[in-house]
Design a protein around this ligand. Sequence first.
Ligand code: ZN
Ligand code: ZN
Length: 617
Amino acid sequence: MNALEQAKWEIDSNLSSFHYQDKVVLELKDSLSEQEFTLSGNGTYRICGGSETALLYGVYELLNALGFRMFSPDEWDLEKPAELEIKPLDIHWKPRLEYRGFFVVEARETPAMMRWMAWHKLNLWGAKLHQPELARQFGMKLRGNSPSGMHRAFADFLPPERYYATHPEYYALRDGKRTADMTRGDADNFCTSNAEAMQVFTDNLTEALEHGSLSDVDLLNLAPFDNGHWCECDNCRAVGNFTTRMLNVAYYVQKAIAKKVSRPVVLVVPAYHETLDVPDRPLPDDFDYSKVLIQFFPIERCYAHDIDDASCFANDNLNKNLLAWSNLGKFRLIIGEYYNVSTLVSIAAILDKGMAHDIPYYMEHGAYGFDYMHVSTALWGELAVNNCAFAAALCGEPFDIRDFCERRYHAAASEMVEFYDILRRATANCKCLKHYQAVTYSPERHRCEIYGLTYRLRSNSEELFLPGHFELDKDYGPAVSLETTVRLLGEASAKLQKALLSVSGDELASARLKMDLRRLQYTLDIVCFLYTFTKLRLAERQGDEAAVKRLATEWRIQGEALRKETTMMDHVREEGAPNIYIYKNGLTALLFEKQFDEYFHLDGEADLAANTKAGQK
Ligand SMILES: [Zn+2]
Ligand SMILES: [Zn+2]
């Protein structure tokens, strides 16, 4: 199917039971831009689009207006109205952001996910696909990576095993020696001021774009090693800061693409870690800002506070970087947010209000595209709120939580609005709790020092908390304490169970609430595990042996239960691909399996199996 056939299929499959499929006319119009559509009429409707994809967007817009909703890709989350809500419509839509969607590096597109995205007018997905035609059917723009990963371009296209022996000068000078190891994740970037090295690198890269493994890619991530090291030679230092050096690489790659690649390819260079700062030297006069986009990655940020909240160190620091990029007035920015970043591992952190503030703010400051990493493609539960709010904000539309709850939960709507208020507050400090955020900036390391409870527990740090922002039992406005988080999650759970009772007999609302309950329980299990371990560490320090014994028993039961949890962190990775450690089970999602096994002198899975068997006897 192509996008037009999909549009017609949506009309037939959704409207024919209302005998309404003949009341909609579709028309392609050259005067409209590629993603632009108009929708007008009253009872009969005309949709005009600048492309087949724009017509598909128009059909979804009409379905929404008539009372349909698609809350998530899950089969129980398509809501059909009892009666069509016919009304006069006069809508003219064009995108505020060119690219809207998700940062995906694995092949994990599903028909339901692609449909949910197009329904919400999202269009950015990864170029690694099982079914490229499926992505095209739903109008996706595809962004690719270097063959062995986003941060691996230097290793892939200037491999030391091929060039080092004859040309050590191509590679980074570190401590007076040219280094040849590009196997590590945080390896040494090549000597980017060496003209011949740059020539070989761009030749190999453009060859892959024109004839090789990147021949399907239209946007290409061009990134240095993740936390890598830069060449210390005098010529490289003279080029400027790390950002200037990376943008010079992009400049030469873009020039080579213009000369040697027969289709337009846009480069995406990360503003991330050591390249968060704007370039400190002028770029060449013929630098093509329309072909080199900057992806701004605020990974060290906090979600208890808005991105422009100067009272929050993590966000204030990043906001200054954002404003510096924005003030240059030259670059098109893609914002790369972290609403389900790795170690959040799909816990039910509710971030809709923050998105409603931050996304328009980013748009005012140079955003041209927007995505976030590690979206899951099924079993969303409460995460449907985040993703629906995210899509609405990217399209410049308000997200109405009351409408969401009324249509998704029917009789339990009011209860669920209150539920989300509680859960939103409970999970506001999710970055401190489960991921990390910046706490100070260290200029000599060009890096932020970071804080995260999970990491502090793992290393048994003296100070487990972040005074003034995340403490054991004291709240600071939205930055709630660990104890408040646990208490509010308990309240949310009670509220959700009550809501479930109130919709008995309503199959759809029940199915949705049961999925929500499942994800909430997982979230509660994760947080209670961290809470118990925190208390255990504190009891150890006080030498309270009775408490240590009791808490260790509690902690072990919680950990063994989490080890059996393998569903809630699924759907964020490629099916059939080797499992990524963090997504293996609930314990690895906490990064805690090894510590846990060591604490109880278990030998990982083998011992667990033995214990389980013994328990069964
Ligand atoms: Zn160098
Ligand atoms: Zn904060």
